[in-house]
Design a protein around this ligand. Structure first.
Ligand code: PLP
Length: 477
């Protein structure tokens, strides 16, 4: 695929391993139906789109092999243009916690459309107040919130707010964390070890951009350290005036890298000691692991928190919030201190209604959604561990609630150096491609998190396990 490839990023682009045939059926099925390897109609659309869109796709993160055009999602399943059905574990990079097109959420969206609620651009709306109240009531970290359209917009605003409040410019980011596409955070994702160098602790890594066009002067303000490394955070704090540290509380863009016991608490202490703003980027963890986000599970309060993705089950909205005194800088009486937060589509009624309905559904019946997710995910984990042990494979399952990942290494990684130095990326990639041939969609890029939804069934999990067992067996024999 002729995509612009960021210079120092490991991607799954140009995968060398062709997939086996997909499961050619539009009916729910648990049988493996081998079909000829081809996505002719998808290829046609890609050819067309490339004429008008650079690379043919609206987000380069979606540029992977095989090139498949998906047309429909319902519950746990997605369908492609060539008529193949897949059990979906990609969930469009994780938002679909209830499953695709959940009827409860869809009804809420239809309902606002029918009400002709088009006047969000004229002033405040009842709907945005309702969503804000629901979030502040149920998310302990949130005293006051604002709405944006994407996770990147929200992390961008969080960092700007932190800089305004602290009157400092430098920030700390995590090696292998992803916080969006803007200049402060478009760096140090899956950096090859020969580019980033050996583990440094205490120390910091060079800023490795994942995009061209980021001014050098800006890059100097951003300091990357490894996850789970408090000593390096302190080292950087002693060298530069730090405005903020932004981190996913679990690194979920390279699988599932969990915080070690005491790590998030340690960040909290360092934030207090060095007076920087601790920002938890819960775009992926929030609402997928619980309505209060991972902060609630960990019992650690950030100063600012960002939610996205699962908060509206796939509709485009993000939430920035937490301490009222900090959020009030958006309306600071001193205009020289006021932080600009604006957006034509902020709190658009469609995603706002979707978010209210999603949170409502997540809270319903004593949290039955999370109970079922935990049940299914436990079954997936146990099944996978049994298969991996029977095949005598060096592999572990990392899991938090409904999010999981198979690492082909002998332990769950604690940071990027650990992961990049031990994981068998090729085996991971091969398995993903083979599964697509079996009607199971794991995003075909090594280490990407898999997400189970409320719409998945035990039958889906069993079928997926059968597929994984047979594909892995084929791969190693
Ligand atoms: C943890 C995290 N933060 C921020 C973002 C950016 O969100 P968006 O793609 O909605 O801009 C992502 C997207 O994958 C993410 O995973």
């Amino acid at each position: 695929m002729n995509m612009l490839k960021p210079k120092h990023v490991l991607t799954g682009h140009g995968a060398e391993v062709a997939p086996l045939a997909p499961n050619k059926s539009t009916e729910p099925t648990t049988k493996i139906v081998e079909a000829p390897l081809a996505y002719p109609r998808s290829a046609e659309v890609f050819r067309h789109n490339r004429r008008f869109i650079p690379g043919g796709v609206a987000s380069v993160n979606r540029a992977v092999q095989p090139e498949i055009v998906f047309t429909k999602g319902q519950g746990a399943y997605i369908w492609d243009l060539d008529g193949n059905r897949y059990i979906d574990y990609h969930a469009a990079f994780a938002p679909h916690v209830l499953g695709h097109n959940d009827p409860y959420v869809t009804d809420a969206v239809f309902s606002v459309l029918k009400k002709e609620s088009s006047l969000y651009g004229s002033g405040t709306t009842e709907l945005e107040g309702q969503l804000a109240e629901v979030i502040c009531r149920h998310v302990p970290a949130a005293e006051s919130v604002q709405f944006l359209n994407s996770g990147s917009e929200a992390t961008c605003q969080a960092i700007r707010l932190a800089r305004a409040i602290t009157q400092r410019d430098h920030i700390i980011v995590m090696q292998a964390g992803y916080n969006g596409w803007h200049n402060d955070v478009a760096c140090n994702l899956m950096t090859p070890l020969d580019v980033i160098g050996p583990r440094l602790s205490p120390g910091e890594y060079p800023y490795i951009p994942i995009s061209a066009g980021i001014p050098l002067e800006h890059q100097k303000l951003v300091h990357a350290v490894n996850f789970n490394d408090l000593q390096s955070v302190e080292y950087v704090c002693q060298k530069y005036p730090i405005a903020a540290l932004i981190t996913e509380p679990i690194l979920q863009n390279v699988g599932i890298i969990k915080p070690k016991a005491g790590y998030l608490q340690g960040l909290r202490k360092l934030a207090d000691r060095y007076s920087f703003v601790l920002i938890f980027d819960e775009v992926k963890t929030g609402f997928r692991h619980g309505v209060g986000g991972y902060a609630r599970i960990a019992g650690v309060m950030p100063d600012l928190v960002v939610f996205g993705k699962a908060v509206a089950n796939g509709y485009p909205i993000a939430v920035l919030g937490r301490k009222k005194d900090m959020m009030d800088w958006f309306v600071h009486p001193d205009s020289s201190k006021r932080v600009l937060l604006a957006g034509t589509y902020n709190a658009h009624p469609v995603p706002t209604a979707a978010a209210i309905a999603t949170i409502d559904r997540l809270l319903m019946n004593g949290g039955e959604v999370y109970q079922k997710l935990e049940q299914l995910a436990t079954s997936m984990q146990k099944g996978l561990e049994k298969i991996l042990a029977a095949l005598n494979l060096k592999a572990v399952i990392a899991r938090q609630g409904s999010a999981f990942c198979i690492y082909f290494m002998d332990h769950c990684p604690m940071d990027w150096h650990d992961l990049a130095g031990h994981h068998d990326f090729m085996r991971d990639q091969k398995l993903r491609l083979a599964l697509i041939g079996g009607g199971v969609y794991f995003f075909p890029m090594a280490t990407k998190q898999c997400s189970i939804s409320f719409a998945h069934t035990q039958e889906d999990i069993d079928f997926t396990l059968e597929q994984i067992e047979s594909r892995l067996t084929q791969m190693i024999h």
